[in-house]
Design a protein around this ligand. Structure first.
Ligand code: NAD
Ligand code: UD1
Length: 310
């Protein structure tokens, strides 16, 4: 269904802007709703006549009602993406990360828009995956306001599915990285910060001993999954992990950056962050069963892109 109108909340951000590009390239019309708190206009193809930009907040219920009108589907990515920011400001982040989802559900119910792709997170598992790959049925243990809001949003989407026929496709992203992930704040994603500082020859600060692990997933491998979920005829219910079932420690990440650059970055250490998950690794069998996966971009190749060595 090319030419359909798709709402992308958070469309000016890292993941949202790549999704917006892909949807426009596939012939869709895209309405981006963003408050530009971390997203940027420069991430968007503003001269494309099939792109419409609404500046505003997902916490604004009236705006959300206007935003969904005429849409075939919604990708709900707007949120404060930093776990640490939610620890520092639970009330403020709750407006974006939970109230925004609820406003969207209500707006979609009223307008009769059904399909919504939701960016949930591996954070919902907390430390229950210690040392193993977490499957979707692993008991949830949200450790931070961020994780609580993601899990509560999942539950609300599930309620609106049962009660009002919404068609949510819920993805639990593990650690997504790639171009346009903004490195400029201490709240930014670790790879964006590490690669920017390594390139500039500045020391990198590791919180804790660097032995915590993450399952890193390149953004260009994620976008086709989101497009499939937005446009396929039906979605099966239940959340789906997005990861590679690979765990990389921060110390391994630093070594990989050193390999690409040909020199090891200087490292300092600070105390581990409160609520920081120790090990995070996805069992991705459900993802492989339900979606067509492109060959995975190796971490080294993704790093080479970011470090200008590709
Ligand atoms: P990002 O910060 O680049 O994108 C978030 C976008 O949402 C930004 O453009 C920001 O301006 C916008 N936004 C924030 N609050 C808003 C509000 N109240 N109203 C309107 N717009 C608002 O981060 P990202 O990494 O692209 O994350 C996108 C989504 O994916 C988020 O929901 C995040 O929680 C989720 N997620 C990201 C990762 C990851 O590793 N990057 C992993 C799991 C889940
Ligand atoms: C990330 C995402 C979050 C997502 C989750 C899913 C961001 C900002 N966060 O959270 O949206 O839901 O993955 O798994 O995209 N670290 C350092 N030094 C730094 C920055 C970070 O040592 O300068 C450490 C952190 O303490 C943490 C690890 O790196 O142990 C990863 O941190 P971060 O990139 O913020 O990601 P998550 O908290 O895993």
């Amino acid at each position: 269904m090319p030419d359909s109108l798709i709402l992308v909340t958070g469309g000016a951000g890292f993941i949202g802007s790549h999704l917006t590009d892909a949807l426009l390239a596939a012939g869709h019309r895209v309405r981006v709703l963003d408050n530009f708190s971390t997203g940027q206009r420069s991430n968007l193809a503003l001269d494309n006549p099939r792109l419409e930009v609404l500046q505003g907040d997902v916490a604004d219920a009236a705006l959300m009602r206007r935003a969904v009108v005429g849409c075939q589907a919604v990708a709900h990515l707007a949120a404060v993406a930093s776990v640490q920011a939610s620890v520092d400001d639970p009330v403020g982040t709750h407006q974006s990360n939970f109230i925004g989802t609820l406003n969207l559900c209500e707006a979609m119910r009223e307008a009769g828009v059904r399909r919504v792709v939701y960016a949930s997170s591996a954070a919902v598992y907390g430390n229950n995956g210690e040392g193993v790959a977490v499957g979707e049925d692993t008991p949830k243990a949200p450790l931070t306001p961020y994780a609580v809001d993601k899990l509560a949003s999942e539950f609300y989407l599930d309620f609106y599915q049962r009660q009002h026929g919404l068609e949510p496709a819920i993805f639990r992203f593990f650690n997504i990285f790639g171009p346009r992930q903004d490195p400029s704040s201490p709240y930014s994603g670790v790879i964006s910060i590490f690669t920017e500082r390594a390139l500039a020859g500045k020391p990198i600060c590791v919180f804790g001993d660097g032995e915590q692990t993450r399952d890193f997933f390149y953004v260009a491998d994620l976008v086709p999954l989101l497009v499939q979920a937005l446009t396929q005829a039906q979605v099966a219910s239940g959340a789906v992990n997005v990861g590679h079932n690979q765990s990389i420690s921060l110390n391994q990440l630093l070594a990989a950056i050193g390999d690409v650059l040909g020199r090891l970055p200087a490292v300092t250490h600070a105390e581990a962050r409160a609520g920081d998950i120790r090990h995070s690794r996805a069992d991705n069998s459900l993802l492989r069963e339900r979606f067509q996966l492109a060959p995975a971009t190796p971490l080294q190749d993704g790093l080479a892109q970011l470090l200008g060595r590709a």
